[in-house]
Design a protein around this ligand. Sequence first.
Ligand code: MV4
Length: 454
Amino acid sequence: MKLFKKILIANRGEIAVRIIRACKELGIRTVAVYSDADKDSLHTKMADESICIGPASSAQSYNNIPSILTSAEITDSEAIHPGYGFLSENPHFAEACLTSGIAFIGPSPESIRLGGDKARARQVMKRRGVPVVPGSEGAVVSEEAAMKTAKRIGFPVIIKASAGGGGRGMRIAKSEEELDKLYFMAQREALTAFGNGELYVEKYIPAMRHIEVQIIADTKGNFLHLGERDCSIQRRHQKLVEESPSPVATEKFRKKIGEYAVKAARAIKYKNAGTVEFIVDSEGNIYFMEMNTRLQVEHPVTEYVTGIDIVKEQIMIAAGFPLEMKQTQVKLSGHAIECRINAEDPDRFIPCPGKITFLSLPGGPGVRVDTAAYNGCVIPSHYDSLVAKLIVHGKDRPEAISRMKRALDEFIIEGIKTTIPFHKKVLNDPEFFNGNFNTAFIEKFNSPAVAVNK
Ligand code: MV4
């Protein structure tokens, strides 16, 4: 087995920088691809080589499969790391890489396809003995079928799009009358957003926590879980703060949710890094929600508590190397928290791109900043608004919280508005300190109401 000599990174921003760092430490050459809007961006400067793949619009650049494959071919790249977003969960892209003789650093096209079909994934998991929320058997074929399911499991129910995920196109129905109306709204929205109107129905779990498990799997059938992340602090289905371990996890809970995650991954012969998302209700019951078949934004919190470099693991796995650790050797230590710092108006959560006129990053013990920002850089309006991930590690949760507050105070970004003030509010909240929160936590921050059923 041989490690890759050169990897193309089919992404931009902080995650491209993160992947370049892993490659450098492994002695692998890197190729950056960039759009016209990113010619001065950090990932372009940091890579050994860089190639322009098209205009600013992501459809013509970071989502442009022919352009990216051609770039890999002309640079003799042996593998492509897709990062997150863009083509990372596109089964056609993964397949096209393999067909072109280029290793795709991620799972198989079949796993990606299943992960993207939420109704079928739910069905597969249920059959394999991973608990799912009571609901429809796979997708519902009609409004009548949805109603039948709702009557069986009882209201309220939540209607979700099979092609959705991350919350888009969801509707909560409290009664038969509401379901009548919302079914067609959800269908229309799903069709517009994803080109696929297929829906499924679940019992609505109030005050849920979103807890996910990082898994890694090699090509020899070895699986490891790397503990859980609590991602319950979300707004409009955007995660804002993530931490590991979850404030509600006991050893027993971790073992159970970890075993469910490995069972889910094994059931679909998953390989590479992935995340199994669960709903945890107020009684601590665990239900499979969906599978994310990519490296996630919040992977650094797991890296901090396990000491495992997940991106290096992904590369080694894709090159065919077996996992070196056993589950019993995975040890969690201390507590890590991540705040996503977006170029947004913190009160209204609307994007606020522009030039960073002054930047000073926090540092000191237990502080990590993953960013592609530098003094004088421009945050383009064409892509997502993540400017930096601030991740801290402490010996326990209270130390991690005070470290995060200290690091947020040190962070200076001038020229654009960011969500730093919002994070300061969250970190100073007594309920957050107590670990007493769920996915409804952000509502009380007096921000405009989430558009549910409107
Ligand atoms: C749910 C739920 C309650 N019950 N599923 C899924 C994606 C994530 N971003 C939010 N999701 C939810 N799934 C069941 N079975 C509650 C949420 C949810 C939510 C749903 C609609 C509107 C706002 C929400 C905020 C947090 C969580």
